[in-house]
Design a protein around this ligand. Structure first.
Ligand SMILES: Nc1ncnc2c1ncn2[C@@H]1O[C@H](COP(=O)(O)OP(=O)(O)OP(=O)(O)O)[C@@H](O)[C@H]1O
Ligand SMILES: [Mg+2]
Length: 238
């Protein structure tokens, strides 16, 4: 898939800082409906910060974030979520004392006729159905990651921001997770994926952006990126 003709999300010249420490220096990207776009980059380049700024959790110092024609640059996180952007943070914040089913049930928000219900989520993640009565705190890392994604889906986000979902998971678990995300994508879900795991990303992404020290250094289709050894070596040291 090429560049989207009409993006749902457009990030223009985003600059974000934590106090005096500047992190993003003019990040621009766009995502089309139904696209899976990957933000690749090594440790500490600003992937999470980009997502936090989109969500309004760490507001942009300057730049513009447009969501379906609406300027959301200064919106509060709960508003951004209500407008249809769901964020799955790196640190898998599930309720340890609640069961899998309860974790999903409390997350029910934007009711839509064609939206996610606990039952639909269980269809997508059969493993979670098996584990429905287990407390969140007793799940493995991969299971917790799946539950975190599933919980965010309960809010029926039109755009899903996935922050390093493969991090810290064993290869087999990563492959299982990859298949689940691929199914989600096949169902039409629009996804922005932040990753360091290049193979994982390329197998899912339509397009790729490479971030380095708060700058976008590369933009292209997953196929173009695959064939570009120089970029891989320079910015991802592979
Ligand atoms: N709350 C914070 N306060 C100050 N600096 C921060 C904060 N969070 C992140 N940073 C700094 O901002 C820079 C970018 O961090 P960010 O978490 O966005 O990177 P990342 O690409 O997501 O990295 P990783 O792959 O390790 O998750 C880093 O230098 C980091 O130390
Ligand atoms: Mg991060």
């Amino acid at each position: 898939m090429g560049a989207p003709s009409e993006p749902v999300l457009t990030v223009e010249e985003l600059r974000t800082a934590y106090g005096l420490s500047r992190v993003l220096f003019g990040v621009s990207l766009r995502i089309g409906a139904g696209e899976c776009v990957c933000l690749l980059g090594r440790n500490g380049v600003g992937k999470t910060t980009t997502m936090r700024s989109i969500m309004g959790l760490t507001p942009a110092a300057s730049g513009r974030i447009m969501w379906k024609g609406r300027n959301i640059t200064r919106e509060a996180p709960f508003r951004v979520a209500a407008l249809g952007i769901g964020f799955v943070p790196e640190d898998r914040r599930i309720f340890a004392d609640l069961t899998v089913w309860e974790n999903l049930d409390v997350a029910t928000r934007r009711a839509r006729a064609d939206g996610f219900t606990v039952e639909r989520v269980f269809e997508l993640f059969p493993k979670l159905h098996e584990l429905r009565d287990r407390q969140g705190g007793f799940l493995s890392g991969g299971e917790q990651q799946m539950l975190t994604i599933a919980r965010t889906l309960m809010g029926n986000p039109e755009l899903l921001l996935l922050d390093e979902p493969s991090e810290g998971l064993a290869p087999l678990v990563v492959e299982h997770l990859r298949q689940q995300i691929a199914r989600l994508k096949a169902g039409g879900q629009t996804i922005l994926l932040a990753e360091q795991n290049v193979e994982f990303s390329l197998s899912l992404a339509d397009r790729v952006y490479v971030l380095e020290k708060g700058h976008i250094r590369y933009e292209g289709t997953a196929r173009e990126f695959r064939e570009d050894e120089t970029i891989r070596q320079r910015y991802l040291a592979l």
